[in-house]
Design a protein around this ligand. Structure first.
Ligand code: AMP
Ligand code: ZN
Length: 114
């Protein structure tokens, strides 16, 4: 996807602070962090929204959540708590149409979200 911000970051065309990468995922620091830890877990393959997932993506999405848990543990937040969020489409405030799992931690996260 030539006009996708996250595809460009994954291709190295736009700089980002990469905190983890493997065959399937790239994890970057959010440029506008909403908590002391705020990273985005992004599949290398372009998928626009959760609506576009198929059963073939089940392992990929599972790996995104397992990576979130591993990073939360790495930063010492696994017992205190952390939040994982996918925003989908307009009313949820999705602004980049390449799926990404937000991992937020390090402060009291209130509920319901805004
Ligand atoms: P969403 O609103 O769920 O689509 O989340 C998009 C996220 O990407 C927001 O939290 C933005 O702060 C973040 N973001 C936008 N541009 C960049 C960038 N160049 N590098 C890192 N994060 C970004
Ligand atoms: Zn993309």
């Amino acid at each position: 996807m030539s006009d996708c911000l996250f595809c460009k970051i994954i291709a190295g065309q736009i700089p980002a602070t990469i905190v983890h990468q493997d065959e399937w995922l790239v994890v970057i620091e959010d440029i506008n962090p909403q908590a002391p830890l705020h990273v985005l877990i992004i599949p290398r393959r372009h998928i626009a929204t959760l609506n576009d997932l198929t059963s073939e993506d089940d392992a990929l999405v599972g790996s995104m959540f397992r990576r979130a848990a591993a990073l939360a543990k790495e930063h010492g937040y696994h017992e205190r708590g952390y939040r994982t969020v996918f925003n989908t489409n307009r009313e949820a405030g999705q602004s980049v149409f390449h799926i990404h799992l937000h991992l937020l931690a390090g402060r009291l996260l209130t509920w319901p979200p805004g």
